[in-house]
Structures are given as C-alpha cells and as structure tokens.
Design a binder for this molecule. Structure first.
Ligand code: PLP
Length: 434
C-alpha cells in the first residue's frame, strides 16, 4: 500500500494543543500521526512503517484494515448508515444472539452502547436499580472509563482527578476500607489479602452493596492479574449477600488472554458473572460497547431505555464480520500460542536487565514493569525512553495509566500476530531496553 504523505506533524501538533486537551504528551516527545494500517502494521504521514504492539489501545482485535470488516462496513454504509433503534435491525439481533451465547451467562440479554464507559455506566445503573443500593465495590488501580459514575469507580486518582461521582464507592485494599471517591487513595499493588478485606468490608456495611465491579486483568493498571481463585473466593461471599458481580471485559474479552474467551473464565470456579461489559475489540476499531446481563437484571432497564447510536447498523456489521474472522481463524488459540512465545521472549530479553522488575501477562496482553535499577522505584522515565527508542526502531507499544503504572510497558498487538512478528517485536524491545 502506498504511504499517504501528510504535512509536517509538528504543525498539526500545535493545532491539536490549541483546541484539544493535551494528552499526547503522555506518550511521545515528538508527535506521531498515523495515517493508515494493514495487518499488524501502521504507517505515519512520512511513510515510516511500524509494527503495532498496542493495536489502537486494544481496539484492533483482529488486524488493521481487515478486508472482511472493511467490506461489511462499506456495504452497510452503502445501504443505510442509521435508521432508528425503534425499528427491527437484523445485524443487531444477530450479534446480540451470538454474544449472549458466547457470554456464558444463563438467560442472557444484551444492551449495546457506543463505548466501554457507557457499558459500565449501564451495568451500574442496572445493579443499583436491581439491588436498590448505590454502593459499589471496586478494586484499587481499576479503570472503568470517564463518565461521572465510571470515574467514581476508578481506583487511582491520577487517572480521574474529579470526585463528583454520585455513587458511593468502597475500595477493597489491605484491610482498609476507604469510602470513595478518592478518600485516602495512593498507588498500591493490586489487592492481596482480598477475600478477608471483602468479608471485613461487608461486615461493616451490613452487606448493603449493589455490586462488585472488577477487571479480570487490570488494563490501564498495568496488565496485572489477580491471584488465581480470587474471584471464586469473592463470589462465595458476594452470593451470601446477594451482591452482583460485574466483570469488566473491555480489555480482556474475545480471547485476548489466550486460555479463555473471557477474562472471568480464568477464575471459572466462580461461575459466570451476573453481568459482563465489553467494548473495544469487537468492532475492530468501530465505536461499540455493551452489557450482557441475566434477564432478571436486564429487565430493570426502563422500557424506553434506548441508545441512539448504541447498536448502530454499521458497528453491528463490523462486529459480526470481525467475530466471524476471530472464530474461524481461532485467534484465541493464536493469542495463547503466539502470546506464550512472546512472553517467553520478553522474559528472555529482559533477564539480567536491572531496569526490568517483572514481565507478566496472559495471552497477547503483556506488561513489562520498569524500575530505577538502583532504588527499585517505578521508573516513568525509563518507560518514556523505551517507548521512544522502540518507536525509532519501528515498534509502537503502550504504557500504563499514570503514577506507578505509567512505568509498565503495555503490549497488546492484534490477535492475528505471527510468530515472526512476535520475534521481531521482542528483538526491537530488547534493543530499546538496552
Ligand atoms: N473499562 C476498561 C477495562 C477499559 O480499559 C476502558 C478503556 O480503556 C474502559 C472501560 C472505557 O472504555 P471506553 O474508552 O471505550 O469508554
């Protein structure tokens, strides 16, 4: 494919800063404009090619410019972009049937939204209505989006500095009950003695809590997995009190973690959650999200609850085509095999480098935690330097969300990554780390 040359990215950067919030500085010193992609590669406006190890913040689940998705989207766009959520919509019914069947949730119903934030908002609305309680349990370093209620359940103040959420959030951590949002929060490792904390907290609240929401692997929190069996242990306690469990699968869904289709299944002694939320990858870049809930919970949505763009025909067409490709090509299996190999290679290239504290992850979700070699403190500086050095060598990667987790390199390529590309990426990363 021909490179599409564009004007100087620096001047576009200045225009960006003049009218948009300045989040770009979080990533690169020099601005980068991506003009097109194909497979696992993207190109900038100057014609440079990059291996994409961040897949559009995990939105590009299968591959960039996947012909099947492009065809489905353009065919649907050629017919009609949008009619109304008030009419029957065949692609929506089809995708809902498939997601309900895949979800593992019995008697499942699906509500489509346009983003992960909205999906979580809807799940919270359902939980608080169903349980007649506005108390939500969340985990430290969790990230669930940027709406009013989603910021209220974000377990790290550096990602969402506001505290205006109408929800009352209780964070579980180290036996300390903090009444959110942001009361006495600081950076912390993912919960450890957590079941005890949960029991303790529920003892204090009298169990009057609507739901626990959690990511099976924390995404923005630096690709951290909870201890095995944690959710199963949680689940027992939650059931005793009738508290709902919401699994936020926005990053972990669709086979990304390799061993399982959903992140919650890594804890499957827990059984399926009461609700799961999804977004990002299913649309392969289109704006799509949703909630899957047991029918009796979903029935709490007032009958007139519609989302104008949730489930729009174009995103549904993308979702169906993308899901076909994912299942037909067993990309979950590919994530397990190639992801396993990539993790192995990353561990090998990091061995003996004082700057790497840990390589962790599941499937094609790999985190490389960087520290200052002498003090062992999280190194945001090293993460920035490695990101920049990898980019120089043709590799794009991500990093964590803020404070300590911004010292974690996040690697989440499209699930069709090949062995050769995994090897190439690991080699570039080795040079960048050195
Ligand atoms: N939940 C998780 C686990 C996420 O990682 C994100 C986004 O990164 C969201 C929710 C919010 O999704 P969106 O940005 O589509 O609103």
């Amino acid at each position: 494919m021909n490179a599409r040359h564009t004007a100087d990215p620096e001047s576009l950067f200045q225009r960006h800063r003049a009218v948009l919030p300045d989040w770009l500085a979080l990533y690169y010193d020099r601005p980068l404009e991506i003009t097109h992609g194909e497979g696992r590669h993207v190109w900038d406006g100057e014609g440079n090619r990059y291996l994409d190890f961040f897949g559009g913040i995990l939105t590009t689940m299968t591959a960039h410019a996947l012909p099947e998705v492009t065809k489905a989207v353009s065919e649907q766009a050629g017919r009609i972009l949008h009619s109304s959520t008030l009419y029957l919509d065949r692609p929506m019914v089809e995708l809902a049937e498939r997601i309900a069947a895949l979800s593992g949730i019995p008697d499942a119903r699906v509500f489509f939204t346009t983003s992960g934030t909205e999906a979580n908002d809807t799940a919270l609305l359902l939980a608080t209505t169903y349980r007649r309680s506005n108390q939500i349990l969340a985990l430290r370093n969790s990230y669930h989006g940027r709406s009013f209620s989603a910021v209220g359940i974000t377990g790290n103040r550096s990602w969402s500095p506001t505290s205006l959420s109408p929800l009352q959030t209780l964070y579980v951590h180290g036996g300390v009950r903090t009444r959110g949002p942001y009361a006495a929060l600081d950076d912390a490792e993912f919960i450890d003695a957590c079941t005890a904390d949960l029991v303790d907290m529920l003892g204090q609240t009298g169990g009057d809590v609507a739901a626990l929401i959690a990511e099976p692997v924390q995404g923005v929190g630096g690709f951290t997995s909870p201890p095995d069996g944690l959710f199963a242990a949680f689940r027992e306690v939650l059931r005793e009190h009738g508290i709902l469990w919401i699994s936020d699968e926005v990053q972990t869904g669709w086979g990304r973690t390799g061993e399982h289709f959903w992140g919650w299944q890594a804890h499957d002694q827990a059984g399926p959650p009461d609700m799961l939320t999804f977004a990002k990858g299913i649309g392969n870049g289109m704006s799509i999200g949703g909630v899957v809930a047991r029918a009796e919970v979903m029935n709490c949505l007032p009958a007139n609850s519609i989302s104008t763009f949730g489930g729009s025909p174009v995103t549904m067409a993308a979702g169906n085509a993308n899901l076909n490709y994912l299942l037909e090509h067993d990309l979950q299996g590919n994530a397990r095999r190639v992801g396993g190999l990539l993790l192995e290679r990353l561990r090998a290239v990091s061995a003996g480098l004082g700057v790497v504290r840990e390589v962790r992850g599941r499937g094609l979700m790999a985190g490389v935690e960087l520290v200052e070699p002498h003090s062992g403190a999280p190194s945001l500086r090293a993460a920035s330097l490695v990101l920049e050095a990898a980019r120089e060598r043709g590799l794009l990667i991500g990093k964590g969300g803020g404070h300590a987790t911004a010292s974690v390199l996040r690697i989440a390529p499209p699930l069709s990554l090949t062995v050769a590309e995994a090897e190439e990426g690991a080699e570039i990363l080795e040079q960048a780390l050195r």
